[in-house]
Design a protein around this ligand. Sequence first.
Ligand code: ATP
Length: 367
Amino acid sequence: MTTVALKDVTKVFPDGTVAVDNINLDVNDGEFMVLLGPSGCGKSTVLRMVAGLEDPTRGAIMLDGELANDLPPRDRRIAMVFQDFALYPHMSVGDNIGFPLRLAGVEPEPRGERVADVASALGIGDVLARKPSQLSGGQRQRVAMGRAIVRRPGLFLMDEPLSNLDSGLRAELRAEISGLVRELGVSTIYVTHDQAEALTMADRVAIMRKGVLQDVGTPTQVYGRPATLYVAAFLGSPRMNLLEASVYVHLDRYVTLNLGDQALYLPWNDIRSRAVAHYHGERIVVGMRAEALTPVAPDTPGDVLQGRIRYLEHHGHESLAFLDIGATAIVVDELNKPVDDDASGGSSRLRRFGHAVQRLTGRVAES
Ligand code: ATP
């Protein structure tokens, strides 16, 4: 399948807008790469340049190791799936799926067979005679996918293909699309601003902001070890706790992180000490995920923070505790399980938890 390499790619539109700023990105054979970022960060422009619908201002678009900047779109073995599906309303489902084959001059008989195969693989074999207006949103989406895969492309480009669907269907099709694409082994670039989509579907995620690539990695890497503060704050719900701290390395081999009126003592052999030791004497930002903070008994020694609970938020399968530690507010996944509201009401619980001590088990993000 097609490999993609973007080398120092920049796109400046005629009005001076720098939509893509010096991006380097590889998509490997059969890889599902998700481009993630807020609206206007340049994701679609990257996709359109790979498709050949937009020329890069500078840099190289490589397809299968060859410079493709001047390759016409039709010669790129690429299939695109768009947000609005772009189905032809006057054509039947079968004709919509078979359209790229008709354009390529494939005879009606083999065309019909291929359409039937694709439609049955997508579970829409029984609606081939219908018009798009007679389909549900999910079925229309499958027709669009069918039309994309019918010519066995080497690369799928998908621009927010699920954004017009309701959330239940979106979650269902998310698994369906990534399953199907993996089954076909087709390299894919998938654009979305939805981080749940990105983290669940991607082999690797590329996170963009204002035209600049911030981080690239597996969902676990970008979530657990974000490359920049922007990515740390952007990914995850609740947001990662980001706390300012001063770092001191003590000669008897431990590290303190001073967070306002509290300090964390990290033993030297702790991986987090190594991560921050070279910032000795400096102020840094420490990142701690809510789920990495565990409530412990008040007399627990070591790397603990003390916080006063401001309020609890119940989410069914978990509860979040919002705490003040000194002047800073943080959020903690409270025991990673729901908290029962006891008979005496929320305030007693708040009082009781007001004295809880929190153990820091989170990673330390870069400053
Ligand atoms: P969205 O999720 O809203 O589609 P995006 O991340 O895909 O956003 P792009 O569509 O790539 O972002 O746009 C990136 C930037 O380039 C935006 O500031 C946009 O306004 C600008 N832009 C896009 N197309 C043009 C154009 N033809 N002329 C000028 N500016 C453009």
